[in-house]
Write a protein that binds this ligand. Structure first.
Ligand code: B12
Length: 214
């Protein structure tokens, strides 16, 4: 059952390099036609369909564009912000490979601050490198594929009900003893009619003030 006072999942978008305001970074190639910066502060548009689908299925989800906040405010403190977030699962996109440094640094930070929460990575690049990523002690789960709405619902359901993660489609995870399990990539939908991509209604809806957000 949905608990209106707690978040089930916070989806965070990291800058390409964490923290680009303190570390020198190699400027990567940015496509001429793409309105982006070297920090790649645009999050994958699929986060909107993911959040909307999960909310329709009674989960509380929030998208936090940490990269944008860091870029637009030199005094924004990501560690302080993350400390004030409370959620069962923290999801980080490693979609564009350019985020390899930022996504992992953020995952490490979150695990240090919220050791009991689950750190989930998703997106195109993490789908390819799931076996490498799961070896990091601060990564608990990798959800593979470019249509993760339903597998993510299965994951949140299993975590809420205490069920085994064995049946969550497309999931790479670790058992209590640290052994890695790669569930089959069995969720490959024939069409995307069950989701709205992008789901701007999710972004534009008013946020209930009672959810624990900074
Ligand atoms: C549309 C598109 C864009 C749009 C993106 C709009 C947006 N905000 O998402 C634009 C034109 C802006 C763009 C920009 C770039 N793109 Co682009 N893009 C694509 C394209 C054609 C389709 C992606 C798409 O819309 N998928 C559908 C949506 C609904 O799904 P999604 O956003 O991927 O999200 C789903 C899953 O990935 C997953 N997921 C994603 N994040 C997370 C996080 C968690 C926790 C979980 C659980 C799941 C999850 O679940 C979501 C829902 O199902 C792909 C190629 C392709 N055919 O896939 C290239 C592609 C992804 N882009 C690519 C690149 C390189 C870039 C740029 C870095 C180019 C550049 N040098 O500037 C920039 C980065 C922009 C930035 N961050 O600032 C590469 C990525 C390669 C790589 N592994 O890094 C691809 C694969 C193209 C290619 N073959 O080279 N791109």
């Amino acid at each position: 059952m949905r608990n209106p006072f707690s978040l089930d999942l916070v989806l965070l978008h990291a800058p390409s390099v964490f923290d680009f305001r303190e570390r020198a970074m190699l400027q990567g190639p940015v496509a001429d036609v793409i309105p982006s910066t070297d920090e790649f502060e645009m999050y994958p548009v699929g986060l909107t369909s993911l959040a909307a689908y999960l909310e329709r299925n009674s989960y509380n989800v929030r998208i936090v564009n940490l990269a944008y906040r860091m870029l637009s405010d030199a005094h924004f403190d990501p560690e302080r912000y993350v400390t004030r977030l409370a959620s069962r699962v923290f999801g980080i996109d490693l979609h564009w490979l350019a985020h390899a440094n930022g996504a992992l640094a953020l995952a490490e930070l979150i695990k240090r601050i919220h050791p009991d929460a689950q750190v989930l990575i998703g997106g195109r690049s993490s789908t390819y490198y799931h076996e490498e990523l799961i070896r990091y002690p601060f990564v608990d789960l990798v959800l593979r594929g470019d249509s993760t709405e339903e597998p993510c619902r299965q994951l949140l359901h299993a975590l809420r009900s205490g069920a085994s993660l064995d049946t969550v489609e497309n999931l790479t995870w670790k058992r209590g003893d640290g052994s890695v399990v790669v569930n089959p990539t069995s969720f490959v939908p024939d069409n995307l009619d069950y989701v709205d991509v992008p789901d701007y209604r999710y972004i534009l809806q008013p946020r209930p003030a009672r959810l624990p957000v900074a």
